[in-house]
Design a protein around this ligand. Sequence first.
Ligand code: UDP
Length: 357
Amino acid sequence: MRVVTVLGARPQFIKAATVSRAFKDSGIDELIVHTGQHFDRNMSNVFFEEMDIPLPHYQLEISGLSHGAMTGRMLEQVESVLLKEKPNMVMVYGDTNSTLAGSLAASKLHIPVAHVEAGLRSFEMRMPEEINRILTDRISKLLFCPTDTAVQNLKKEGFDSFDCEIIQCGDVMYDAVLHYRKLLGERSNIIETLDLGKSPFVLVTIHRAENTDDVTRLTEIVEALNAINRKTKVVLPLHPRTRGILEKNNIKLDFSTIEPVGYFDMLSLLENCEMVMTDSGGLQKEAYFFSKYCLTLREQTEWVELIEAGVNSLVAADTDKILSAFEKAKQKPVTHATQLYGDGTAAQKIAQKLGSF
Ligand code: UDP
């Protein structure tokens, strides 16, 4: 079995690291194509280095373009890689432009596509991620779903009658946390470096277009963070796109931020923080894995199990709502008692399925 994996963004590096290890154990031959969507050191290279991901065989360097231009160039270049390498399967992860370009290039060449994180829906068609994931699901052969909700979403859309297979394998992000958490002590000293050990802090990330591309929303979030930081320290590893938009619009944070951090440092921040506030999909689940309450800076989430379990609140981008939810959340204990995201063997299940395809 020869697999070409197409990836390009931070969360995909984390998922692929885990699945690549399982591929290696199962003797599956994998070639990695890095589209270049995220390219700077803290958003890309650091993940390859610290997580032992096999180095990309193809580095396409396509970034910083509009959605159409970026996806179009990826499509063209991935197609020529696939024509040359002739894989039995193309692997894609999540919901980025790299995901859509990889799956589209493969399906037009009649190469079966395996989509990890299939079936997730926010039901908000204005989100670029929602468009990417729906289209990718529709042209995939193997749909690896992380949750029962994702399976149900596909069934409701009629996928039962399409030429594809739906597999509930659990969430590879959970596998990743179980594996890398054990190595934290020797791989991260961010708590000491930033002197965060003495008092509680809130871990925040903001990068989704729905928040960064809307100045009113971004300003409301920043006002809430400034108010929270007067009482509880806010630690914000700032995505370069968000940094650029804050600067351009002169939206001022009253505290200093840090550069995006590597995965081990992120896990260490998760382990030591009081609470998480984010618009990231991955971080919402990781908060739960570390038994931390999460305030989600969005109107909806693909990870509805977290809301049902009472460990996550949707606070949108409304200063008052964020501040009152923050006070309430401090009282709420979070236990990671139920296995909402599988049993830590998602990557093995994916490798097994591909091995027998
Ligand atoms: N992450 C990281 N460093 C950072 C910010 C995030 O390692 O500075 C990790 C985070 O722990 C999670 C993943 O990146 O595993 C989530 O990526 P992102 O928020 O970019 O994407 P999303 O999950 O929203 O697709």
